[in-house]
Write a protein that binds this ligand. Structure first.
Ligand code: ST9
Ligand code: ZN
Ligand code: ZN
Length: 338
């Protein structure tokens, strides 16, 4: 299956994108920043969500303890495997396939991701993608649901415990979600989201109980509760950590950074300066499989013929873009890249 190299001659500091909704809207961001200076904004805490997070984290700590010291080795690996499935469905599915449309996938692969995304409990894919499209388009401004300018904790998880900024809703309303609404798998997930969550969590719980006689409580705390808390923080760190500490080889004017170690843990999602510069690259990185399990998995699916039309940036565009970066990755001649 051939790579689909885009014609990227248009790429400049603020890139123009074809067909992916994700051009950074520099002018609108400027206007919002000006407006924010004039108007004071009052945060409205949603206490139900605070309570849910507290309960989830208390259970998560119990589960973490049991994962390390109490559960059988089979439950230990079952939990890891399901966490891996969930996070990869977020990265390769909700993120690279659906939000960014960086490649195309057949029914089976989409179904596989949808189930993994439901296990991950990060809102239904359509809502996830709408927020993430806002995050790219109005990055680091009030239109960004987890605007890092509002602090590390807000970007990490605080944004899920307060009412959204009115600008998120106002700007987000402009985003076209019809492509995802037209996907019957996603429409089905959205319609039956809560039922599907219960079903998926039941499956994660019942396997250790039924097949290797794990204690019911341990199976719940470890495979459901701790797994969820662990992988939520794994994802949230992209919005906090990967917007704070690291290098900016492609654009020094934006907050996202590159972090090798964290990319390794996050299936390849912490090449985040690159990703915000070139959001339609299915690798979310200029590297092939370096600290990037999701890219490896997508390529395996492509080898099977289940996914196709993977979009990558041309080496020339990547090299040219480095002039806008911090020179942490030296500019090479195109022939030497990879
Ligand atoms: C979660 C998501 O965790 C995590 C996302 C992370 C993204 C990371 C990206 C990085 C790449 C991926 C990396 C993966 C790495 C993995 C590594 C692993 C090792 N546009 O929301 P409502 C409108 S979720 C347009 O109620 P409130 C719209 O009309 C965790 N419009 O706003 C909407 O109605 P509808 C679990 C928008 O009342 C209406 O507003 N989930 C937009 O302010 C009301 O929306 C939770 O905890 C928009 N963007 O409440 C749930 N947004 O939907 C938390 C809203 O009908 N959520 N509108 O069209 C909530 O409870 C609420 O959303 C709220 C805000 C309290 C936060
Ligand atoms: Zn980001
Ligand atoms: Zn993205």
């Amino acid at each position: 299956v051939p790579f689909q190299h885009l014609n990227m001659t248009e790429i400049q500091h603020v890139a123009k994108w074809d067909d992916c909704y994700l051009a950074t809207e520099a002018k609108e961001i400027e206007e919002m920043d000006e407006e924010a200076k004039k108007k004071e904004y009052k945060v409205e805490i949603v206490w139900t969500n605070v309570a849910i997070q507290v309960a989830l984290h208390v259970g998560g700590i119990i589960g973490l303890y049991q994962w390390i010291f109490v559960c059988s080795w089979k439950t230990f690996f079952w939990t890891l495997l399901m966490a891996f499935y969930g996070t990869n469905s977020i990265t390769a599915g909700a993120h690279r396939l659906w939000t960014h449309k960086s490649y195309k996938a057949n029914f089976g692969v989409r179904l596989f991701y949808m189930i993994g995304d439901t296990i991950a409990i990060q809102n239904d894919v359509i809502e996830w993608a709408r927020d993430h499209r806002c995050h790219h388009k109005w990055s680091d401004s009030d239109g960004d649901p987890h605007n890092i300018k509002r602090g590390f904790f807000f970007a990490h998880m605080g944004w899920l415990m307060v009412k959204k900024h009115p600008k998120v809703k106002e700007m987000g309303a402009k985003i076209d979600m019809s492509d995802l609404e037209a996907d019957p798998i996603l429409a089905f997930q959205r319609k039956h989201y809560y039922k599907l969550i219960v079903l998926c969590q039941f499956f994660l719980w019942v396997v250790p109980v039924y097949f290797w006689n794990e204690s019911m409580l341990v199976a719940f705390y470890v495979a459901c509760n701790w797994r969820l808390v662990g992988q939520l923080h794994g994802t949230w760190f992209i919005n906090s950590l990967a917007h704070t500490y690291g290098y900016k080889p492609f654009d020094t004017k934006i907050t996202p950074v590159e972090n090798y170690f964290y990319s390794f843990l996050a299936n390849g999602e912490a090449w985040h300066n690159y990703h915000h510069t070139f959001p339609q690259d299915y690798r979310a990185s200029e590297y092939m499989w370096k600290a990037n399990f999701s890219a490896f998995m997508i390529d395996c699916f492509a080898y099977m013929g289940w996914v196709w039309d993977r979009k990558t940036m041309s080496k020339e565009a990547i090299e040219r873009q480095k002039a806008k970066g911090d020179q942490s990755r030296p500019i090479t001649t195109a022939a030497h890249v990879d």
